[in-house]
Design a protein around this ligand. Structure first.
Ligand code: AP5
Length: 304
């Protein structure tokens, strides 16, 4: 259940980067082609703010509609929201999206866990809610997100909001600041699978990588022995988190009804990613076509 609280300023973020699920690398389909622009990390929310962030590495792509066209997203990088129940695969897909599109991943769950593990005032307050499977007060989370969204790297590379907004009040906060995504993705997975995914999830505290005892077991014995379980991944807590999700998610959807894409998340990781990728490519294509149309319009005006 969402709760309210007075505005609370966010301290600097702390904690190590969390890497989730396997990544894949594929060429873009159709007439589009993508050009690697820079190496970029699979950066997550727990990464330090831009000024202290590690040098980007990995693949950052810009989409182009045709050879010679100006980069479609140079001035307006992608803005993506991904939502879904606990363990629907948001983090796993975010890692893959970041690898391909170079967006800055902002996961409120990761941000909050970083606060908890650093023992900050916010962390101590948030822990009570997280341990009970409840939503952390809206204002606390919104302040964290808005602060991160204002960083220069986010402005430059675009953003991928994971698990936010999660209540009507959170969605309205963004609306009031005119912060809207290009697309709102919801991963749909049946409840039984969600519980199995949560209870079987394991984290590697060294690399931050996420495993699952059956679906994605660790590569070797050394990793296996150091894996930990998230404190809210017990059967009872997962049921409570799921209930909280159901109580709040419906209230968020109307705000993004024109951008909504519900995806069957109960398929192999790569198949789910293919569908997300094709949706993002459509956005790139439309942006390119709009830009070309505008450019052509200007040419006609100039020479007409
Ligand atoms: P948060 O960390 O966001 O938790 P969540 O929403 O419950 O989501 P998870 O991180 O559990 O799952 P996921 O969808 O990322 O799945 P993953 O990819 O890891 O939030 C934690 C808490 O913080 C909340 O309960 C709340 O208290 C608080 N909070 C967060 N945001 C808030 C907000 N906006 N407002 C207020 N409070 C907030 O995958 C899960 C498992 O499934 C893994 O083992 C993975 O390997 C496996 N898996 C993934 N994809 C597949 C697949 N396709 N097939 C099979 N297995 C798969």
């Amino acid at each position: 259940m969402a709760a309210s609280s007075p505005a609370t300023a966010s301290p600097p973020l702390a904690g190590s980067a969390i890497h989730r699920g396997p990544g894949i690398s594929r060429q873009l389909p159709g007439s589009l082609f993508c050009r690697p622009l820079a190496r970029s990390s699979s950066q997550t929310v727990s990464a330090p703010a831009a000024s202290t962030a590690p040098k980007p590495r990995g693949l950052l792509l810009r989409c182009r509609a045709a050879e010679g066209a100006a980069p479609a997203r140079a001035e307006a990088p992608l803005k993506v929201m991904i939502s879904g129940a606990p363990a629907s695969g948001k983090g796993t897909q975010c890692r893959m999206i970041v690898e391909k599109y170079g967006l800055v991943h902002i996961s409120t769950g990761d941000l909050l866990r970083a606060e908890v593990s650093s023992g900050t005032k916010i962390g101590k307050k948030a822990k009570e809610y997280m341990d009970n499977g409840m939503l952390v007060p809206d204002q606390v989370v919104t302040d964290m997100v808005v602060s991160r969204l204002s960083q220069p790297d986010v402005q430059e590379r675009g953003w991928l909001l994971d698990g936010y907004p999660r209540s009507y009040a959170q969605a309205q906060s963004l609306e009031s600041m005119k912060i809207r995504p290009d697309i709102f993705i919801v991963l749909e997975v049946p409840d039984d699978n969600l519980i199995d995914r949560c209870v079987g999830r394991r984290l590697d505290p060294v690399t931050g990588k996420i495993y699952h005892v059956k679906n994605f077991p660790p590569e070797n014995e050394e990793i296996s022995t150091r894996l930990i379980t998230r404190s809210d991944d017990t059967f009872e807590k997962v049921k409570s988190r799921l209930e909280t999700y159901k109580q709040n998610s419906e209230a968020v959807l109307p705000t993004y009804s024109d951008l909504l894409n519900q995806i069957d998340g109960n398929r192999p990781v790569e198949v789910v990613f293919q569908e997300i990728e094709s949706l993002l490519q459509k956005i790139c294509t439309n942006a390119s076509e709009d830009k070309l149309a505008k450019t052509n319009g200007q040419r006609i005006k100039v020479h007409g």
